[in-house]
Design a protein around this ligand. Structure first.
Ligand SMILES: Nc1ncnc2c1ncn2[C@@H]1O[C@H](COP(=O)(O)OP(=O)(O)O)[C@@H](O)[C@H]1O
Ligand SMILES: [Mg+2]
Length: 255
């Protein structure tokens, strides 16, 4: 299994506050890795460091075999939507993607990207008339249009209705089936539970525990009904109640 992202003992402080502390984890080819943590846990900070948007104080991050700090070439193999995407809102979706491609100096099929995210009918509408969910989809179209190997999505299901969430999950699975790897963040257990192949619980600045999904999507055996995730260690113990388990690892600073 090819390693797509390798985070090694990374540390990051803002002023005197250490947000990321000896944080290590890996993301493999074709998987959806869910970064789960309470608000302020450092999810966005980690993603920004992977994208070279925040400096890494100590440790290293390798993306597709290249160390993040030393070059920017790897960025053409990444697509990302960090926090709330911003757009030139007087444009329509086709114009926006066309401008994005010329900026990236790439060629790609705009209508295919819009079709993938379910925006094909809205192509001529100006973005300022879009709903929040439509903007989320457009952000995703912009992130995947150049067929990146790694897709980084910061809280991608925020603001989406249940139908759009189900569609988004289907789309993420389709993209990973085509070989893409996805890192997504969330503070909502249910979101990662239904979406990720592996979950990393980010707490106190590092990945305190990792869980792996214990059946493949095609597995119809009995195991499926009793086991959803196992702890990612030697014992591979099944997690009986994921909500309780995860909350046990999260912690709010005492005030
Ligand atoms: N640019 C910044 N300057 C100072 N503090 C920041 C900055 N960005 C984030 N923080 C702080 O770092 C912590 C982690 O933030 P963030 O990475 O956005 O967490 P998350 O995405 O998990 O909610 C928070 O306490 C936040 O206030
Ligand atoms: Mg965040």
């Amino acid at each position: 299994m090819q390693t797509i992202v390798d985070v090694n003992s990374v540390e990051k402080s803002y002023g005197l506050t250490q947000v990321i502390n000896h944080c290590s984890f890996k993301i493999y080819e074709g998987e959806i890795y869910g970064l789960l943590g309470i608000n302020g846990a450092g999810k966005t900070t980690l993603m920004k460091m992977m994208l070279g948007l925040q400096q890494i104080d100590r440790g290293s991050i390798y993306v597709l075999g290249k160390e993040v700090s030393s070059n920017t070439e790897y960025l053409s193999n990444i697509g990302s939507v960090i926090e709330n995407p911003t757009f030139y809102e007087h444009l329509n979706a086709g114009e926006l993607l066309s401008m994005h491609l010329s900026y990236m100096q790439k060629k790609a099929d705009i209508s295919r990207a819009l079709h993938l995210v379910g925006l094909e009918k809205a192509d001529k509408k100006r973005i300022l008339e879009y709903s929040l969910g439509m903007k989320q989809r457009l952000g995703l179209a912009r992130a995947i249009i150049h067929h990146p190997k790694l897709l980084i999505l910061d809280e991608p299901l925020n603001g989406l209705d249940p139908v759009a969430i189900a569609e988004m999950r289907g789309l993420m699975r389709k993209l990973t089936n085509e070989g893409m790897s996805i890192l997504l963040s969330s503070h909502i257990i249910g979101e990662v539970r239904h979406t990720a192949d592996r979950i990393g619980i980010l707490s106190d600045g590092y990945i305190k525990q990792e869980l792996s999904r214990c059946f493949s999507s095609g597995d119809t055996s009995k195991k499926r009904s009793v086991c959803e995730f196992v702890v990612n260690d030697e014992q591979k113990s099944p997690v009986e109640n994921i909500e309780d388990y995860v909350i046990g690892f999260m912690r709010r600073e005492q005030v």
